[in-house]
Ligand binder design. Structure first.
Ligand SMILES: [Zn+2]
Length: 450
């Protein structure tokens, strides 16, 4: 199947950052064959689409997505972090069934597809088997992980395991699910936080990652309380401790990374640690990550939405916009974290962080056909004096017209083709209520409910 997309503005995100103002892109089955100004013989194509006035971009890569929390959106607003975790999210997640995890992940994937995301990294949720079913059906790519913990206060009983049990669980997932769905699914290793991981668990996880050549996804230095706790116990902050025990490395995807000293930012550069910046979730309770400094140091910074009860939008387009604002604000410098850097973070840097730079993240011949079509003709996105800035500062996910992953149309003209969206919406609502009732979570009454 050969598909030609012609007369588009193609934002390639290749090494040189080339943009074709009137370009053609040809893909055959799952691969991009040609990108540029050269004409393509239309008679050799099965389908030809004229995209005049539209933009083509690589699919976005969302590097921190809690698929198991999608049905918990709105479950923990306006509460402190410990209430969020111990009274709302842990009871909710620990009461989920495998089927809940499947629907939660599928519902999350629907929001990703609508926002032009073609690859995600899950830091560790419930029932990898449920996630695998959903991702297989949804057609996007995913690095999936189990949430592993071998210590920590207040853990639900179902989650209390020792180090060996946790390592064994991860290895079993790799054996069962790694490289499934035409290779779109990979099993990664997930470490929740340093609160819930002994050094032994960290080091054995690193060994296991090396053995299977997979990445490790971990929440690192996310809250001030975390680095205070580590400093009190060990005399140094989280990242320094991870460096000292030999845990840092290029296959570590570190989420949040808000509380780093300048020296620790340099450690990230030295060990080529990848960063998942989650600006909306950070603004709730975590603080400002040193993104301008990290970018200056050449660190691979990417963007993630986190989970539905933290953000509460799982929308990469919104997340790019928030990224473009917050660093200018706290640095009092409107020239930092520019639109083109943010597009890099959301595409090619994301692919690098997922160890898939050679597969996707830019529109180049030989790469997978993971791409999105943007229709900028809306009241909120026009006019476009500076199209690259518009993509970050004024685009909405409703401007994403179509999403293609692995050469397959997942959404076309804003209609999801891979599952029944209306039926999924109904099922998600019912399951969300049912889990909350099983978990016995009481919601506060904010106004008199008459
Ligand atoms: Zn997270």
């Amino acid at each position: 199947m050969r598909t030609l997309l012609k007369h588009a503005m193609i934002v390639t995100m290749n090494e040189k950052g080339e943009v074709y103002t009137d370009g053609n892109l040809l893909f055959e089955d799952d691969r991009i064959v040609q990108v540029g100004k050269e004409a393509v013989k239309e008679s050799t194509c099965d389908e030809v689409l004229d995209l005049k006035g539209k933009l083509l971009l690589p699919g976005f890569v969302n590097t921190h997505v809690h698929t198991s929390q999608q049905l918990a959106r709105g479950l923990a607003d306006d509460v402190d972090l410990l209430t969020w975790l111990h009274d709302r999210i842990w009871p909710y997640e620990s009461n989920m069934t495998e089927e809940d995890s499947y629907i939660s992940t599928l519902f999350c994937a629907a929001e990703q597809i609508k926002a032009g995301v073609t690859a995600i990294a899950e830091p560790g949720g419930q029932f990898v088997s449920g996630m695998v079913r959903a991702i297989t059906e949804a057609g996007i790519r995913a690095k999936l992980a189990n949430s592993i913990m071998d210590c920590g206060e207040g853990l639900p009983k179902a989650w209390q395991h020792n180090t060996q049990e946790e390592i064994a669980r991860q290895e079993e997932d790799i054996q069962r699910f790694h490289k499934m769905a035409d290779g779109r699914i990979e099993v990664w290793l997930g470490v929740r936080t340093i609160f819930n991981a002994t050094d032994e668990l960290l080091l054995q996880t690193k060994e296991l990652a090396k053995k299977h050549t997979v990445g490790i996804h971990m929440h690192v230095a996310e809250a001030k309380s975390e680095v205070d706790y580590v400093r009190e116990r060990l005399g140094v902050q989280t990242v320094t401790h991870l460096r000292d025990i030999g845990f840092l490395g290029p296959n570590l995807l570190a989420a949040h990374t808000v509380w780093l000293t300048h020296e620790e930012v340099e450690m990230f550069r030295e060990y080529d640690v990848k960063v998942s910046h989650n600006p909306a979730s950070a603004m709730r309770v975590l603080g400002f990550a040193k993104v301008p400094r990290m970018l200056r140091e050449g660190i691979c910074v990417t963007i993630g939405t986190d989970g539905a009860p933290t953000n509460n939008r799982m929308d990469m387009v919104d997340e790019m916009w928030v990224t473009s604002l917050i660093h200018k604000g706290w640095r009092l410098d409107p020239t930092v974290v520019k639109a083109q850097e943010i597009l890099k973070m959301a595409t090619i840097n994301g692919a690098r962080a997922l160890q898939d730079e050679k597969l996707y993240g830019s529109l180049e011949p030989g790469k997978k056909a993971d791409l999105i079509i943007i229709n900028p003709d809306s009241i909120g996105m026009q006019p476009m004096h500076d199209p690259i800035a518009n993509l970050v500062t004024s685009m909405h996910s409703t401007n994403v017209e179509s999403t293609i992953c692995n050469g397959r149309w997942l959404m076309r003209d804003q209609k999801i083709l891979v599952f029944d969206e209306a039926a999924l919406l109904q099922e998600a609502k019912e399951r969300a209520a049912s889990i909350r009732s099983r978990a016995k979570i009481q919601m506060p009454e904010r106004f008199p409910m008459l």
